[in-house]
Design a protein. Structure first.
Length: 430
């Protein structure tokens, strides 16, 4: 009876959550439309190339989490104007946006071309803050390709450059990304530590987009730890914020993650509902990377309910997206699932082919040497942090040694002066 009551309470909680989710979605959609309409109305009225460039850039940024193709189109128009103006700073800003637009569409090689181009321009200009940002973006790209060792190396370089600067958002983002690597390596406590540090920085500047992202990632860690209630709590926190800021791309990914939490708890009906909702949004914004993952998760539900033929159809479609976008980790997972599905169907020749592909990718993506290298660069980073803290502590001690007697003498002088003044001004008794 108690279990039934708990189950009913959970269902009611979920329904309240989804009703509030829809209400906020309507408000944010109207706000987004107003911003876009305002900017698009200015386009025919402006003649100056630099102002038109800024408008196209803003439109690209607004659309990047809503409609990937429109985001790319506006970024390309901004790039044409940047080339026409011939200003290196404009060019670097726009190539960075092109890199982000291609990343959101899952076209990782094109994204890498523009991110590397952005990095080169900033290095030529000696723009340290933007170099650090580009290093972080390279890490994000490599992480998406499953190259964890290279990703961590770029994140740590970026973090080192940002130390002591006022780039709070950049510091917070890189801490979040380092947490992602540790999450994938199964270092759950270390991942949560980096995520919590990231949240602390983000709260200082009310970075809602960043906070929502890290809430999502914390949900993933709790899911790894099989603490599903905590995972669901963080996913729902993330969904509320992403809904508020109209981050359709991020919203779809977190809804997908919520589906994974339901799958692991055996609630396949609710899981399928989440995956299909996520797939619809991701397909709408043109995110091939997300579409590949959502299709794979739908296939996972079919496999868990022994509908292997339906699973194979979804997995083959997911694999097409993964191969086209260079998503090695997704390719690895799909090959393993296709091996299991074909084996269950008695297609042993096909099962063997997918099994061999899975083993080959597994060896190339994260072998022992890569794990060792990741541990090594993380240790070097922690050593640098410890040395810096020790140096700062030593400097504080030396400062105190040098000035403590002067400070004590000054304190005694001030007290003596106060006593003397009081004696002079105190009324005499009759």
């Amino acid at each position: 009876m108690r279990k039934l009551q708990d189950r009913i309470a959970l269902i009611m909680k979920r329904h309240r959550f989804y009703l509030s989710f829809l209400a906020v979605l309507l408000c944010t959609t109207f706000a987004f439309a107003d911003k876009v309409d305002s900017l698009e109305a200015r386009l025919p009225l402006e003649e100056e190339d630099s102002i038109l460039l800024q408008i196209f850039l803003q439109l690209s940024q607004l659309y990047q989490n809503i409609d990937g193709e429109k985001s790319l189109s506006h970024a390309e128009q901004a790039y044409y104007l940047a080339q026409k103006i011939g200003d290196s700073t404009y060019t670097a800003t726009v190539t960075n946006q092109l890199g982000i637009s291609f990343y959101m569409l899952g076209e990782l090689e094109k994204s890498r071309f523009y991110i590397e181009k952005t990095l080169s321009v900033h290095e030529a200009l000696g723009n340290a803050p933007q170099i650090a940002t580009s290093l972080n973006n390279m890490g994000v790209l490599l992480y998406a390709q499953g190259k964890l060792d290279q990703a961590l190396s770029y994140y740590l370089k970026s973090s080192e450059m940002k130390e002591g600067t006022d780039d709070i958002q950049g510091i917070a983002m890189t801490l979040n990304n380092i947490g992602n690597v540790h999450k994938d390596l199964g270092n759950n406590d270390k991942a949560l530590d980096f995520y919590q540090k990231s949240i602390t920085w983000k709260n200082q500047i009310n970075d809602e987009h960043g906070i929502a992202m890290t809430f999502n990632n914390m949900g993933l860690v709790y899911m790894n730890m099989e603490q599903y209630e905590e995972a669901e709590e963080y996913y729902q926190k993330s969904i509320v914020v992403k809904n508020k800021i109209n981050d359709q791309h991020g919203l779809a990914m977190t809804i997908n993650n919520l589906g994974e939490a339901y799958t692991l708890q055996g609630d396949f009906g609710q899981a399928m509902l989440m995956y299909e909702q996520s797939l619809e949004i991701l397909d709408g914004v043109g995110d091939n990377q997300g579409v590949a993952r959502a299709l794979s998760n739908i296939a996972d539900v079919y496999m868990k309910t022994e509908k292997f033929e339906e699973a194979v159809i979804k997995l083959e479609k997911s694999l097409e997206y993964a191969l086209a976008s260079g998503l090695k980790k997704q390719e690895l997972d799909n090959n393993n699932m296709l091996y299991i599905a074909h084996k269950a169907l008695g297609n042993y020749d096909l099962a063997l082919i997918y099994h061999d592909r899975h083993l080959f990718l597994s060896d190339s993506l994260l072998n022992k040497d890569n794990k060792k290298y990741i541990q090594q660069i993380q240790a070097e980073y922690e050593k640098k942090i410890a040395q810096r803290e020790a140096r700062e502590s030593w400097m504080n001690i030396e400062f105190w040694k040098q000035y403590k007697w002067r400070a004590i003498a000054a304190f005694i002088f001030v007290i003596s002066l106060i006593v003397a003044i009081r004696k002079r001004v105190s009324p005499k008794s009759d």
